[in-house]
Design a protein around this ligand. Structure first.
Ligand code: RIB
Length: 305
């Protein structure tokens, strides 16, 4: 069976809820504070593993309590952490998340996430990857390491899935190393200059990505689902209406679920639909990795379909 190899960030999320966002110099009463394992890389790996794909995490944490808790969480969800290392220099990444009216704002301290370099990832891929395995990464680690890791993954004939979040430039020569790009509206605008809202603007943005050299791209449109060109056809998969408790990690659940369905070699449109279901259920619970559903939860919730 193919596997999913994730090079990405691990953060301990410190999250608090409030009614309005504080202004500069203002102190507000918040509620419902909790810490829980997150990080885009970790969340995407957990989604792939909870949804049945053999998944490996390539990452670095600090030699500290948060680092140990993050490892325990990943292992608990079935992610192989053999290639997760501890830094002697930096502490574990932290994300401070303020939740307000069903949305969130995040401040990151990358810590050890920024230490791993391209050659570190390359040597791990040499040991564990097989052609056609899925390699997945984001932009919360060192940007050059991410770009180099995509090149290394392509050299090893892996299928590369890139989620450039948070948005940063992609060097022009790196686009050819991306088999499937997954962006939200903000990332799409940052990379193409087009804020996609309807089929026309999505099509124009997707054309730009093709011209830049990616194999294919999916644009996620929040509550309006996701869109992709499959063959000659524009395919839009609608989102599901669910109670919005906490949107944290919904995008990551989408991407990890997409990878798990790609491992099962499902057609891309079905992969998108499955990913949409995983993202929807993630929103119904608080937190990051903890809120991502297992396969049986998706089957139960959407059994009428
Ligand atoms: O995508 C959600 C994640 O972004 C959070 O878990 C937080 O750690 C930040 O990295």
């Amino acid at each position: 069976m193919k596997k999913v190899l994730v090079f990405g960030s691990l953060n301990m999320d410190l999250t608090i809820e409030c009614d309005v966002m504080p202004q500069a110099g203002e102190t507000l009463e918040g509620r419902n504070f909790f810490t829980n394992p997150g990080g885009k890389g970790g969340n995407q790996a957990v989604a792939a593993a909870k949804l049945g794909a053999p998944t490996y995490m390539i990452a670095r944490v600090g030699k500290d309590l948060f680092g140990r808790q993050l490892r325990e969480s990943l292992e608990g969800y079935g992610v192989d952490c053999t290639y997760m290392t501890e830094s002697a220099l930096n502490s574990t990444g932290v994300a401070v998340i303020t939740r307000c009216e069903g949305d969130n704002r995040i401040i990151l301290s990358s810590g050890a996430n920024h230490e791993m370099k391209g050659p570190d990832v390359k040597s791990i891929l040499e040991k564990i990857s097989n052609p056609q395995d899925i390699f997945m990464t984001q932009y919360e680690c060192n940007a050059q390491a991410v770009i180099d890791s995509l090149a290394a993954a392509k050299q090893h004939q892996l299928f590369t899935l890139f989620n450039p979040a948070p948005a940063k430039a992609i060097p022009p020569e790196a686009y050819k190393n991306i088999d499937l790009l997954v962006v939200n509206q903000t990332e799409c605008e940052f990379l193409t200059g087009i804020y996609p809202t309807d089929e026309n603007s999505c099509q124009t943005a997707l054309n730009r990505f093709s011209a830049m050299g990616v194999g294919n791209a999916i644009i996620t449109l929040g509550s309006r689902g996701s869109i992709c060109r499959i063959g000659e056809k524009m395919v839009q998969v609608d989102s599901y209406s669910v109670p919005n408790v906490d949107t944290t990690a919904a995008g990551d659940a989408y991407i990890g679920a997409l990878a798990s369905a790609l491992v099962r070699e499902e057609p891309l449109e079905d992969c998108m639909r499955y990913a949409t279901k995983a993202a929807a259920l993630t929103i119904t619970k608080q937190g990051a990795q903890i809120s991502i559903p297992y396969q049986n939860e998706i089957e139960m919730y959407f059994k009428e379909e």
